[in-house]
Design a protein around this ligand. Structure first.
Ligand code: ZN
Ligand code: ZN
Length: 303
């Protein structure tokens, strides 16, 4: 309702002769009015090879609810009979990071292979637990795809399907892991559900090294800095301001604010994005300029 009211107000008496004219006006409005950041939980695809209808190999970070539309897209592209391989990197097993898996259609189809990587020893148990009674009508063992689990060692670079992948331990209830992906000369870091203490120089240095020279950093910016250092300290999440500072110290090029606070509406997330950009501009002294984007469902970026 607020968005419709804002759009009508911004139209300021303008007249549209058809829906197409109204639609093209709508594209000129701020994203928080014309679109939505969405509400899916964590799931990110890294398209390593150039997009091609022939590619059957996929890389994913986490299996939050966003994996459901991704699964539908894979089936739309290849049909139900094509064998696909999915390399999946799991930050941790909190429910918002694995909840999409029971609704990931390719896992039901024989011929598909899922290779699920993580640093937690009980990774497979967590996946089995959410399938089957009383949480879900289908048992894990009834899934048609071949599903294998692999335990990775933190601070070690693993060579997986042509990509160098390095996990790092992050501060979060039950531990979580960030991943640094290196392929050709491109570096992407996926780091969510990770708290950073402002008064812990050794931990900061370790993390700055982890983000060093990244082309893209997908970063847990759930809280405002004020919340992160007061009421929500020790809640296991970080802020937009900490994200900007770490990226600046690391010389990263692009920061994506990720894992938005669920109670924030679109206007509030857009405000966090604007504040982050302002903060980056006024603190840009010796650092390279940092691009900042608030993630939304379906956002695509090319490196
Ligand atoms: Zn978590
Ligand atoms: Zn989470």
């Amino acid at each position: 309702m607020n968005k419709v009211a804002a759009a009508l107000h911004a139209a300021n008496g303008r007249r549209f002769d058809n829906v197409e004219a109204a639609r093209s006006y709508a594209t000129t409005l701020p994203f928080a009015i014309s679109g939505t950041f969405g509400g899916h939980s964590s799931c990110v695809e890294l398209e390593i090879t150039p997009p091609s209808a022939a590619s059957h190999e996929y890389f994913l970070c986490d299996l939050g609810s966003g994996v459901r539309p991704f699964g539908s897209q894979v089936i739309a592209r290849h049909g139900v009979h094509a064998p696909n391989t999915f390399h999946v990197f799991i930050s941790h097993m909190h429910w918002d990071h694995i909840m999409g898996f029971p609704l990931f259609a390719p896992s039901y189809l024989p011929g598909n292979e899922l290779r699920i990587y993580g640093c937690h020893r009980d990774l497979e148990a967590a996946f089995r637990r959410q399938h089957g009674s009383p949480s879900f009508p289908v048992e894990f063992d009834q899934l048609g795809a071949s599903i294998k689990f692999f335990t990775l060692t933190p601070d070690t670079t693993h060579h997986i399907a042509g990509v160098n992948v390095t996990p790092i331990l992050q501060l979060h209830a039950g531990d979580s892991y960030g991943y640094r992906f290196e392929y050709n000369d491109k570096i992407v870091v996926y780091s969510t559900d990770s708290e950073h203490k402002l008064n812990a120089p050794a931990a900061t240095e370790r993390f700055v090294d982890f983000l060093r020279d990244a082309d893209l950093v997908i970063f847990d910016a759930m809280y405002s800095l004020a919340d992160a250092v007061s009421v929500k300290e020790d809640w296991g999440h970080s802020s937009n301001v900490v994200g900007v500072e770490l990226c600046q110290l690391a010389g990263a090029k692009h920061l994506v604010l990720f894992h938005h606070e669920p109670i924030f509406d679109d206007a509030r997330i857009a405000a966090v994005e604007a504040e982050s950009r302002r903060f980056e501009t006024i603190t840009r002294r010796v650092y390279r300029a940092l691009e900042i984007t608030a993630a939304y469902d379906g956002l695509e970026m090319e490196l």
